[in-house]
Write a new protein. Structure first.
Length: 701
């Protein structure tokens, strides 16, 4: 990954030409397009070397950017989770309809269409995934009640819940060059869903793609004004204007990230700084690998070398192989690489494109020379002629050949464990036993991901236990998962994308974890009624309301939080147990065998748990047609006390929470989800079962 700001080293004449001919990208800030005229940096086409665009931000009013986000953009905090999620879904659809524009722009970055797909459609897919996750998992509120009632007193009149609220600041996202769309979208998705406005600073290389997507998002009108801004150029003293309610996320080189993280203003105000940095990720072939497993391993290493020309923060940099299999793996990998055709992706038959810039090419070459101090280059690199690059002007282009090194003494090496050549480069290393392997992997001092490629029946628990603490993700690949595996280098929205130690310690993705990162967790203490009021969800012990009208006869809008029904009673008989056992096929001894049950933990026969649930439904359900459409699900079921023959049960049904649902079809009746708190008690008023049921209920509007 490149430094925060980058420029190509070119001749003065070329620079003058670039300033005269290349367009200048605007920054999209405080509601306008701002085009800088000073301190411009030029970006060149990765294939032809021609000037493509310039960026600069010297005259931008940083304070105004932050004020605009916090005053105008703060509107998004007043939206509910579902409003934010629906807006994100609309944004994703809007971008998907314009994807061909982004594929065209991506040609200047040197990648193939297949590689661009990861960035473009992979990024848009992340928006869809996050939108779906939030609509499915979170209630339609502006804040999140994270847990259930925590009683803090004997009588239950005092307790607490943890509530997550949108921070009142802004999230500053500083992105790397390798994924100018996906890298930006993976950050803004959870941020906007948390109700926090964003300021995006893309890397100079690739900024044109980021600019095009952000411009489209703003033009779509689906997000509140000020919720998203873009700075093309440097951020200058932006950090000095941040407050304790702000956050910073960074993806890029470890050296740049460490400098930013040490910024005195961030430290003085404890402003969260999350870093996802370059790391030397690993792939491990298990000790007794068979022929099929070796092929899987080689295929995975090959894919990570050639996809995006190896410019992925998750790419495999160190490949650990059992010593007896080193020659086999080496030969198979080189044979596959000989079939790679490097050149202009616009030409037919090209299978691997260029790096992002000539500067990046020189950086990779320098890193390979450092790696070669510990290992032998056996294929590729700028020092050999193994790979023919199909281009007319190699000196102007950013092509770099796939390169394989072999380090036969990895325990004595240093560079290969700490230096990442951010391109199509891998180092093969032998190991002799589990202890040595675990030590070698750990010498990477923290990585985003490791792959373990195994025979299907291999036991890898000991290996996993030793390497898991050093990784954000471990990918286990075998013949069983190979057909559907998303692969070593594919971060997914629902899973952590980050890693410990050298990888930065951050977690850019991770499902709802990422959304919560931009919110403030607060422990709220008070009475059950106070908790019900602030959380918009009924808390046990809070006030209840009873009505002569059965709650199942009421529409979604007529129901009140805290509305309760106390049902009639039912005495459980032996016949109930026999009939339910015959109907369900559940003849478990504790229900059906009088002698075995007498010798059991219970001392006598007890009712089936699911009979209690069914009997409870029979007590609280209102049979005639009404506003209730269907049972939508059941959560948090617990059987607390056994119900024996002769016990009498009664149900308390309480309206706990209401969430309106978005109508996908205009012809569909408007409805919402109602969560009901169910408590089943016996004749001694002891709780025997507790759970939530969810029903779809028609709305009256």
């Amino acid at each position: 990954m490149l430094e925060l700001d980058n420029s190509n080293s070119t001749t003065d004449q070329a620079d003058q030409y670039a300033k005269a001919s290349a367009k200048t990208l605007s920054s999209l800030v405080y509601g306008q397009e701002y085009v800088s005229q000073q301190d411009l940096r030029t970006v060149y086409h990765a294939i032809t070397g021609e000037a493509v665009y310039q960026v600069g931000s010297q005259e931008i009013d940083i304070q105004e950017i932050i004020n605009y986000a916090k005053h105008k953009g703060s509107v998004i905090a007043s939206w509910t989770f579902h409003q934010r999620a629906n807006a994100l879904k609309q944004v994703a659809q809007y971008l998907l309809e314009r994807k061909e524009e982004y594929y065209e722009l991506a040609k200047a970055t040197g990648c193939t269409r297949k590689d661009a797909w990861i960035d473009i459609e992979g990024g848009i897919g992340t928006l869809f995934a996050y939108s779906s996750l939030v609509r499915r998992e979170l209630s339609d509120e502006t804040a999140l009640v994270e847990d259930a009632w925590i009683p803090l007193s004997k009588q239950g009149t005092f307790g607490a819940k943890h509530i997550l609220s949108p921070k009142t600041g802004v999230a500053v996202h500083i992105d790397a060059f390798n994924f100018p769309i996906w890298g930006m979208l993976e950050k803004i998705a959870p941020t906007l869903l948390a109700g926090v406005p964003c300021i995006v600073k893309p890397a100079t290389e690739g900024a044109e793609l980021t600019h095009a997507v952000v411009k489209a998002i703003l033009d779509s009108g689906f997000l509140p004004e000020g919720s998203l801004q873009l700075i093309c150029g440097q951020i200058y003293d932006l950090f000095d204007y941040l407050t304790p309610q702000d956050t910073v996320t960074f993806t890029g080189s470890a050296s740049t990230g460490q400098k930013l993280r040490a910024h005195p203003h961030l430290n003085a105000y404890s402003i969260p700084f999350t870093m996802e940095a370059d790391s030397v990720n690993s792939a491990i072939l298990t000790e007794h690998a068979n022929d099929e497993t070796i092929d899987l391993f080689v295929r995975e290493v090959f894919r990570e070398m050639t996809t995006k020309a190896g410019q992925k923060c998750t790419a495999i940099r160190r490949a650990f192989v059992p010593a007896p299999l080193l020659d086999v793996v080496q030969n198979r990998l080189v044979e596959k690489l000989k079939k790679v055709v490097v050149g202009n992706p616009s030409d037919e038959g090209i299978t691997m494109g260029a790096l992002a810039s000539v500067k990046q090419k020189h950086d990779v070459a320098a890193k390979v020379e450092l790696l070669s101090q510990d290992a032998e280059i056996i294929y590729g690199s700028h020092l050999r002629q193994d790979v023919k690059i199909q281009t007319q002007h190699p000196e102007k282009s950013a092509f770099y050949p796939p390169t394989v090194l072999v380090c036969t003494q990895p325990s004595q090496a240093e560079n290969i464990h700490r230096i990442e050549a951010f391109g199509p480069v891998v180092t093969l290393m032998p190991y002799h036993n589990l202890a040595e392997l675990a030590d070698l992997v750990a010498r990477g001092e923290g990585s985003l991901v490791a792959s373990i490629v195994r025979n299907t029946d291999d036991h890898i628990e000991n290996l996993l236990a030793k390497i898991a603490p050093w990784h954000g993700r471990v990918h286990i690949l075998d013949a069983e998962s190979a057909k559907e595996s998303t692969g070593h280098g594919s971060p997914l929205p629902y899973l952590i994308h980050g890693g410990p130690g050298r990888a930065g310690g951050g977690e850019e993705l991770g499902g709802l974890r990422a959304v919560k990162h931009y919110m403030q967790r607060t422990a709220i203490q008070g009475s059950p009624n106070a908790m019900t009021q602030v959380g918009h969800s009924w808390t046990a012990g809070a006030q209840v309301f009873e009505d002569r009208v059965h709650p199942f006869k009421k529409s979604f809008d007529e129901l009140r939080i805290g509305e309760r029904l106390l049902t009639a009673r039912r005495t459980v008989t032996e016949t109930d147990l026999v009939n339910f056992g015959c109907l369900s096929g559940d003849h478990f001894y504790a229900h059906m065998d009088k002698i075995a049950a007498a010798e059991s933990f219970f001392g006598e026969r007890v009712a089936h748990g699911y009979f209690i649930v069914s009997a409870a439904a029979g007590l609280f359900v209102d049979a005639p047609a009404g506003p209730v459409i269907a049972n939508y699900g059941m959560d948090n079921l617990r059987f607390v006390e056994p119900v024996k023959i002769g016990d009498t049960i009664q149900v308390e049904l309480t309206c706990k929470q209401k969430t309106p649902k978005l109508q996908r079809d205009p012809e569909q009746k408007a409805h919402g989800v109602v969560v009901w708190d169910i408590k089943v008690k016996n004749q001694r008023h002891e709780l025997v079962a507790t759970y939530d049921i969810l029903t779809l209920v028609e709305r009256s509007i």
